[in-house]
Design a protein around this ligand. Structure first.
Ligand code: HEM
Ligand code: HEM
Length: 188
């Protein structure tokens, strides 16, 4: 008899680590995005603290992404929902695109901060700048790309959330439920 190893059977839902990383990172991404866009609306004296909080959250997103990729590559995810090959392909391509943009945005942010001669101020201690500030005329395009990539990330995430709601309310399959805690899976 050839027994299938338990590891090779696709689980019915995402495990607790994947779910925590998914919702935790989604929350941090929204906070970083809103903070990045609204810094100028606060009193000038708050600028430094808010930009540092933005940079710390952004750097945390990058570190969590590495943990998430490591976890994802070593643990099985649920199998694609039964349906057309085009839908499965679109879902997979969408997830890969999200992973790529989640990586590009903080990398561009770090590149911009480093080349502007900024360190990272945690309040109690600080990481010093790695180099002297380069002129804004040189660094401005990096900031623009950082901002455009952040818009792309939020746009992809919105499409992705709409797709998840379409699965749940229109198609009424279990795709959204498998990203929710076990206690919510039966209730919905
Ligand atoms: C997913 C993570 C991130 C998102 C969604 C994000 C988003 C944004 C947005 C929307 C802006 C406004 C752009 C503009 O007004 O030109 C911004 C600005 C900025 N970001 Fe990020 N960012 C992220 C990560 C990072 C990281 C990791 C760093 C550096 C460690 C960083 C450094 C900066 C800096 C220095 C600014 C300019 C702030 C200012 O002086 O007003 N960002 N970011
Ligand atoms: C910034 C926001 C978000 C980002 C960056 C994001 C990213 C991702 C990524 C990369 C995956 C693939 C997981 C994997 O298999 O490795 C995923 C799965 C999933 N996400 Fe999100 N997500 C976000 C917000 C949301 C929201 C708001 C919802 C619900 C309304 C949602 C629902 C889901 C569901 C149901 C899955 C599992 C899909 C499946 O099994 O085919 N996500 N998300």
């Amino acid at each position: 008899m050839t027994a299938t190893p338990a590891r090779s059977i696709a689980p019915a839902a995402y495990d607790a680590v994947s779910r925590s990383l998914h919702w935790g990172m989604a929350t941090l991404i929204v906070i970083a995005f809103v903070l990045g866009l609204t810094v100028d609306l606060f009193p000038k004296s708050w600028d430094h603290a808010l930009v540092e909080i933005h940079k710390i959250i952004g750097t945390a997103i990058l570190l969590l992404l590495l943990v998430r990729l490591g976890w994802r590559l070593t643990h099985r995810a649920p199998a694609p929902e039964e349906g057309s090959a085009i839908l499965s392909f679109a879902a997979r391509a969408g997830h890969i695109a999200l992973y790529i943009v989640m990586f590009i945005v903080p990398i561009l942010g770090i590149l911009y901060a480093v080349r502007r001669g900024q360190g990272l101020d945690f309040g109690l201690f600080a990481l010093p700048p790695l180099q002297a500030a380069e002129p804004r005329s040189i660094t401005r395009p990096i900031r623009t790309w950082h901002e455009l990539a952040a818009y792309a990330l939020i746009a992809f995430a919105c499409l992705h959330a709409i797709a998840a709601c379409w699965h749940h309310f229109i198609r009424q399959d279990g795709v959204l439920r498998r990203m929710l805690p076990a206690s919510h899976r039966k209730a919905l």
